[in-house]
Design a protein around this ligand. Structure first.
Ligand code: 5GP
Ligand code: ZN
Length: 115
């Protein structure tokens, strides 16, 4: 399932480059192009599903495995003290790319970020 107008589908297809940090049969993760903190990564199913509510339940284990692996990797790589997991659905909630994805944001004790 892909959407020819979707930037994340183009990244999954390899038509747009990304800084890949994780890949499995069903999931891809790469660094956000506009990070809110060092190591900000995006985790997404390779198939196109617009929002969380559209995700097949069967992808849950693959997504959780990826979130755990990528979360640990970005924390270790950046020396972070903490980690936020965020997920936006629909424009009213700040979703800019309509291919469901999860943000992993490493946090530092004194980073001053308000998410
Ligand atoms: P949303 O607001 O939809 O939850 O988040 C979309 C995220 O995708 C934003 O943080 C934005 O910086 C990131 N993004 C948008 N286009 C690209 C791109 O072409 N490459 C990468 N690596 N990230 C992107
Ligand atoms: Zn897509």
């Amino acid at each position: 399932m892909t959407d020819s107008d979707c930037i994340f589908c183009k990244i999954v297809a390899g038509d747009i480059p990304c800084a890949k940090v994780f890949e499995s049969e069903t999931v891809l993760a790469f660094l956000d192009i506009a990070p809110v903190n060092a190591g900000h990564a995006l985790v997404l199913p390779k198939d196109h599903h617009p929002t969380l509510m559209d995700l097949p339940t069967g992808l849950g284990a693959d997504l959780l495995a990826a979130l755990k692996a990528v979360g640990g990797a970005v924390m270790e790589a950046t020396g972070a003290d903490g980690l936020n997991l965020m997920q936006n659905n629909h424009e009213a909630a700040g979703q800019l790319v309509h291919h469901a994805h999860f943000h992993l944001v490493p946090r530092f004790a004194d980073d001053g970020l308000r998410l």
